[in-house]
Design a protein around this ligand. Structure first.
Ligand code: GDP
Length: 292
């Protein structure tokens, strides 16, 4: 699904989530474990307004496990419980209802103290496009739920999906917009495939990918593409382009005159990275303790 985010869409998306917040006990904020900060909506704290929240680092199967641990510690230091999940296979998805009850234990206890039978806790999934909201919904439901994205002017009754006996999920997730102010965020989202290549130039996206990989995963790059020494200065554009050209020569991406076909190399770098051929990669590091 491609969404063009104009101010009107953002206001509507926000209002739709705010309406749903009245119905739920907890928000489940879905992030991409490879880019936990870049896949975060910039206004999410404001929009969710202190609702109890569980953060899910989704696509953890594609992310660097050590980095995922660091991100979980980062969120924990800010008061948020998190779980690293893989919604495509369902790995650790069964921990979600357990964690939800843990977070809401005081509310549940208050119901018990008043002699009430605690009802199922109600949850809403929120996240930017392509982060895995429908995949997770289907996993939690244990069946396929028709994609019923919010459309302007279409009001439909909310449906609750039962997740075991103790949790219920709203069938339509809250769709949030990504950050726009930072260009690198756009490139990181494009590297993960969350933003279509038609929107950004493929050679630019691959250039940023080569730079991030050279900085964070040089041994993996070196081995996969048969490279030599790492660039000595990552801010030197020509050195990053030289890495791309070397990959092109090693893979035979040449055009007449022996020049490297950068568009073809770009496709190779992005495809192989997304397919996990360079291993499990996290494209941004958790800020060190005490820093944002
Ligand atoms: P939505 O727009 O947030 O509803 O995202 P989707 O549920 O449509 O997922 C976007 C893409 O990510 C799809 O191709 C999914 O198969 C894929 N995906 C979702 N969750 C995971 C995951 O945990 N691991 C992997 N490897 N892929 C996932």
């Amino acid at each position: 699904m491609t969404i063009q985010w104009f101010p009107g869409h953002m206001t509507r998306a926000r209002r739709q989530i705010e309406d749903k917040l009245k119905l739920i006990d907890i928000a489940i904020e879905l992030l991409d474990a490879r880019v936990p900060m870049s896949s975060r909506n910039p206004m999410v704290d404001d929009i969710l307004k202190g609702k109890p929240r569980l953060i899910l680092l989704n696509k953890a199967d594609l992310a660097d496990p050590k980095e995922t641990e660091r991100w979980m510690a980062y969120f924990s230091a800010r008061g948020f419980a998190s779980i690293a999940v893989d919604s495509s296979t369902g790995s650790r998805v069964n921990e979600i209802p357990v964690k939800v009850r843990e977070i809401l234990h005081e509310k549940i206890q208050r119901m018990l103290d008043r002699g009430m039978n605690p009802r199922a806790m109600r949850a809403l999934i929120v996240g930017i496009p392509n982060v895995g909201k429908s995949t997770l919904t289907n996993r939690l439901a244990g069946r396929h739920i028709a994609a019923t994205g919010d459309r302007p002017g279409v009001t439909k009754g909310q449906q609750w999906i039962k997740v075991g006996s103790e949790m219920e999920l709203l069938d339509t997730p809250g769709i949030l917009w990504p950050k726009f102010e930072d260009q690198l965020v756009g490139y990181k989202l494009a590297m993960t495939g969350a933003i279509k290549e038609q929107v950004l130039n493929i050679e630019d996206v691959a250039y940023f990918a080569a730079r991030v990989l050279a900085e964070r995963y040089w041994p993996e790059m070196q081995e996969r593409f048969g490279l030599g020494e790492p660039p000595s200065d990552l801010d030197d554009n020509m050195q990053i382009v030289a890495v791309m050209e070397q990959i092109g020569r090693n893979r035979g991406c040449l055009v007449s005159g022996g020049r490297v076909d950068l568009e073809k190399v770009s496709g190779i770098i992005l495809r192989e990275m997304r397919a996990g051929k360079l291993g499990r990669l996290t494209l941004e590091a958790a800020p060190p303790a005490g820093r944002e």
